[in-house]
Design a binder for this molecule. Structure first.
Ligand code: FAD
Length: 522
């Protein structure tokens, strides 16, 4: 289990078959698929698990209507097959959800073309679950929705998850198969020996952050037969090849349910640019997203949602729900993620860049980036095939899904762990959840617990400050934090929330020149 703590020196003394760099969904998938093949595998993450893009997605396990509309059939097909697999195997974590696409008079795409898309979408998933609802039925489901020119809506099906908890679940499965994972451990250099083995310099970033007095963090050198660079946005820094990643930011707003409640997901067209934007229920809140922009900020800083993005998303909501009159005061929190898009080099509109993944290699390092949360298993299998860990016939059979389950272990997690937080944000259930998380999920900082394990930073008003007194004795007991460390952690956590989880006015000096972004030539 992840709760098992490893010291860096022990890692250095072990000859590893596989080292995976990056603790997002891509790295977690490679970690699991390597571990289940009996390999000695270690995963290293520079911050917390899922700290990168994998805790900041739209949380949809989906084929993506717009990808099929763009003609990306293989991506949609694989995604839908994986969606169906995850729905069956992780029913508490991946939940089927109805999506509604409203159709108005004169709108393009209209009912007929969307109906064709949905027939194809269902066929690729081997299900039949879409229907037409007239305007009255739509107004019954979404009373606040603008009724002007409304003809009706097409209902189809996709799924929602908690992306960060999905990463933890995949990592737990990999650990139960014999793998080892460690967060707050940064790989700064990789070299290849004459015998082909690889040496990695790993720095412990835990102590330098929690105990400011210890200024020099410890580094060790570890050795492995195979190294997978699954660092997403940061892949260019370790790949040893020319840059390929075009960072594209997408931001979300979290709104209290009593200001805007939806029971299902709405797929809406933004009035300005006709991009798809979703309004959907997530763990007791309403989530609105996303935007899609070239990300020109320093990649070493967490991404944040800018004021302009807030305006763009509020404009959509107030256009579609005119009587709700949503304002900035209604925003509980924001969440910005940055996609590691494989640049086409064609200077395309960000929304038109393809979302497929790429595996490439140089000097023994196998890099993998791009893709989707939903397709993590396929990405992992492609990476393992490139490393010749699985042969082409096995690879093909596994992709077709002829290999049994992806998740075979049962985790005795508290029953309420994957339920909306607001409903249990006090009392014994919260205490039971937190104790389990602290014991089994390698929490190093308060922000690991609040932002990525519980999601309280996004889901509760004031970043969940009201539950902190309840958490203090638990953190002190299980993590052995004294009063000084608790105070240090609270200060750090609230600073992160204020800076990165609230709308921000971007300072000019934070921008990177556009020519530094691969594929960007506008
Ligand atoms: C706004 C938005 C919405 C999205 N919505 C969806 C969706 O609804 N459904 C879907 O399927 N997909 C979605 N995606 C795509 C999906 O989130 C990403 O494809 C996926 O999370 C990428 O995962 P990753 O593991 O490759 O990268 P990451 O999650 O970023 O993981 C890479 C990790 O590597 C670590 N790292 C970097 N350098 C080092 C180093 N030197 N040493 C150690 N560790 C290092 C980083 O800290 C990071 O945690 C969305 C993406 C965005 C941005």
């Amino acid at each position: 289990m992840l709760g098992q703590q490893l010291n860096l020196q022990e890692l250095a003394n072990t000859p590893w078959d596989v080292v995976v760099i990056g603790g997002g969904i891509t790295g977690a998938g490679i970690f699991l698929e390597s571990a289940r093949r009996g390999l000695k595998v270690l995963l290293l993450e520079q911050q917390d698990f899922s700290w990168g893009t994998s805790s900041r997605s739209s949380k949809m396990v989906h084929g993506g209507l717009r990808y099929i509309a763009q003609g990306d059939i293989p991506l949609t097909h694989h995604s839908l097959k994986e969606r169906e697999r995850l729905l069956k195997e992780l029913p508490d974590l991946v939940v089927r959800m109805s999506y509604f696409f409203p159709i108005r008079k004169g709108q393009f795409p209209g009912r007929l073309s969307m109906q064709m898309v949905m027939i194809a979408y269902d066929a690729l998933a081997s299900i039949k679950d879409h229907e037409w609802l007239d305007a009255n039925a739509v107004k019954t489901l979404f009373p606040a929705l603008n009724g002007k020119q409304l003809k009706g809506a097409l209902r189809y099906t996709d799924a929602l998850t908690d992306d960060s908890r999905l990463v933890i679940r995949v990592l737990q499965e990999g650990c139960l198969e014999g793998g080892m994972a460690r967060n707050y451990s940064k790989v700064s250099q990789i070299t290849q020996s004459e015998d082909g083995s690889l040496q990695l310099t790993v720095t412990n970033t835990r102590h330098s952050e929690t105990k400011p007095a210890e200024t020099k963090p410890a580094s060790v050198c570890i050795s492995a037969k195979h190294v997978f660079n699954a660092t997403g946005l940061w892949a260019d820094q370790l790949s040893g090849t020319a840059p390929r990643i075009r960072p594209q930011r997408g931001s979300h707003l979290f709104i209290a349910k009593d200001r805007l409640a939806v029971e299902s997901c709405l797929t809406l067209l933004h009035p300005d640019d006709k991009r798809y934007v979703f309004v959907y229920p997530w763990k007791g809140e309403t989530c609105i997203g996303t935007t899609d922009l070239d990300h020109r900020f320093d990649l070493n800083e967490e991404a944040f949602c800018t004021e302009q993005e807030v305006d763009y998303l509020l404009k959509l909501v107030n256009h579609e729900f005119p009587d709700v009159n949503l304002t900035r005061q209604d925003i509980h929190s924001t969440m910005a993620g940055v996609r590691p898009i494989i640049a086409s080099g064609a200077g395309r509109d960000p929304s038109k860049e393809r979302r497929t993944h790429l595996v490439w290699q140089s000097n023994g390092i196998i890099s993998v980036s791009g893709g989707k949360l939903t397709t993590f298993r396929q990405i992992a299998l492609d990476a393992l095939a490139t490393a010749h860990i699985i042969d082409p016939a096995t690879h093909k059979a596994l992709l077709k899904g002829k290999s049994g389950r992806c998740f075979n272990h049962v985790l005795e997690t508290p029953k309420t762990l994957d339920q909306p937080l607001a409903g249990i944000a006090s009392g014994a259930e919260l205490e039971q959840q937190v104790r389990w998380i602290l014991q089994h999920e390698m929490v190093q900082h308060l922000d690991d617990l609040m932002l990525r394990r519980l999601r309280a930073g996004n889901l509760l008003a004031d970043a969940g400050a009201s539950i902190l007194p309840q958490l203090k004795p638990l953190c002190q007991q299980v993590l052995h934090w004294d009063d000084q460390q608790w105070q240090h952690e609270v200060t750090r956590y609230l600073k992160i929330c204020k800076r990165y989880y609230q709308p921000q006015v971007a300072a000019a000096q934070e921008f990177i020149a556009p020519q530094a972004i691969p594929g960007f030539n506008a």
